[in-house]
Design a protein around this ligand. Structure first.
Ligand code: ZN
Length: 421
């Protein structure tokens, strides 16, 4: 009997006009980010959801294709599935009104101080039960899958209390069971000070360390802990206390660093051996050097800069300093509620001086590295998961050229078709 496309994760794709992928099982740094392979007239073979072959069609052997029904890509370009390594998508409560206030000139911190911002989403998220959060997260996950996302991070941080943080993390895990996408959960304990602590950040940090972190670690429902290091939110010292406690419990760490002001988050990330330092809009060349030396993935979030009307992180400076740079959407209900991978890619090329090759590496292999997953995904190579996308375009050059347009024609997760346009 002929196989349905990707049934059981067995797959043969022919007619690929260009197969583009970074290679390797760890983050690519500096100049090596540009070194991707671009193979014309390519084919992909997967069995059991794992890639057996990704290369020139002429390299296929009878043994490789035995028993597989070919899928004709009709001249589509193929690339690895997108790994969105920074996203806050399991939440309740949109804030369109604030977005428009900000567009008219109110600052992020003004809105935050007036009781808006994160705390409004906290209120709505606390009021949402597990089922509601799962359904909200699942709907957003499907929108990501349509854009070619095969793995995504899910940050908590909209509960700021034990019960809701655990519920958000539990909902994140449930999304991966309900939709064909892998979800890596991060406990964003230091996102804002919980309303019960009346602005006493240090006392809230004590609570997060004593009450929430141990429960998160015990339940094994988060891979990372994360902190928003920003003057007026959490100091580097508060972040250090929290993240060191997380490391001691076996969690990896990430930091929202140098977003609105430069305050030492990048240096802290380097010191702690964080998986990533994220935002980095205000990072200085010394910070770039520290991140490069420590092997911390520098994660840039162009949609946030675009939506805040802020400057863009110095991606060129980071790459030229030898950093491994990742790109991500930062999908969240406040600063950047877009989640558009296509627009983020175009901004990387048009506003951050990145090449299309660097952009691809940043959104695939380096995104995987920022989540500790580069060993089994992020590139199209034998032995990796068959997570890939087909584009309605003959080459990846069209990604920035068709600015902001979602070119994803098909998303394949673990060798199975999860979305087709
Ligand atoms: Zn964030």
């Amino acid at each position: 009997m002929a196989h349905e496309l990707g049934e059981g994760g067995d797959l043969l794709i022919l007619g690929i006009s260009e197969l583009a992928t970074a290679v390797g099982d760890s983050a690519r740094r500096g100049d090596a980010m540009r070194d991707i392979v671009r193979i014309p007239d390519a084919a992909v073979v997967a069995r059991g959801g794992v890639i057996e072959y990704a290369g020139p069609r002429l390299g296929l052997t009878q043994e490789l294709v035995e028993g597989l029904e070919p899928l004709d890509a009709h001249g589509a370009a193929a690339m690895p599935g997108i790994v969105d390594s920074h996203a806050h998508f399991v939440f309740a409560g949109y804030r369109a009104d604030e977005f428009l206030q900000r567009a008219r000139g109110s600052s992020y911190m003004e809105i935050h101080r007036n009781g808006g911002g994160i705390l409004r989403t906290v209120e709505a998220t606390r009021a949402a039960d597990l089922d509601a959060l799962m359904r909200l997260g699942e709907a957003r996950a499907w929108a990501m899958i349509q854009q070619g996302v095969t793995s995504v991070e899910s940050k908590s941080g909209y509960g700021l209390d034990l019960e809701t943080e655990l519920r958000q993390l539990e909902a994140s895990r449930a999304v991966a069971e309900r939709a064909p996408i892998d979800v890596v959960a991060s406990y964003l304990g230091l996102h804002a000070t919980g309303p019960e602590f009346a602005g006493d950040a240090s006392r809230y940090v004590d609570y997060a360390i004593a009450e929430v972190l141990p429960a998160v670690a015990l339940q094994g429902i988060a891979r990372f802990a994360d902190a928003f290091c920003e003057p007026g939110v959490f100091s580097p010292e508060e972040c250090r206390r929290f993240l060191e406690a997380a490391k001691a419990l076996g969690l990896g760490v990430k930091i929202h660093a140098e977003e609105l002001q430069r305050s030492g988050g990048a240096a802290l990330a380097a010191r702690l051996g964080a998986a990533s330092a994220d935002h980095l809009i205000m990072a200085a060349p010394e910070d770039h050097a520290l991140l490069a030396e420590a092997g911390v993935v520098a994660t840039c979030l162009p949609l946030t800069s675009f939506c805040l009307g802020a400057k863009y992180a110095d991606a060129r400076g980071m790459i030229d300093s030898g950093c491994a740079l990742a790109l991500a959407t930062d999908l969240n209900p406040g600063s950047a509620c877009s989640g558009s991978v296509a627009l983020a890619m175009a901004l990387a090329v048009l506003s951050m001086g990145m090449s299309v090759e660097e952009t691809l590496t940043a959104f695939t292999l380096n995104g995987a590295a920022a989540l500790g997953l580069a060993g089994d995904r992020g590139s199209l190579e034998p032995g990796k998961r068959a997570d890939l996308i087909l584009l309605d375009a003959p080459s990846i050059d069209y990604l920035p050229y068709r600015t902001g347009v979602n070119l994803v024609q098909a998303t394949i997760k673990d060798g199975e078709l999860s979305y087709r346009a």
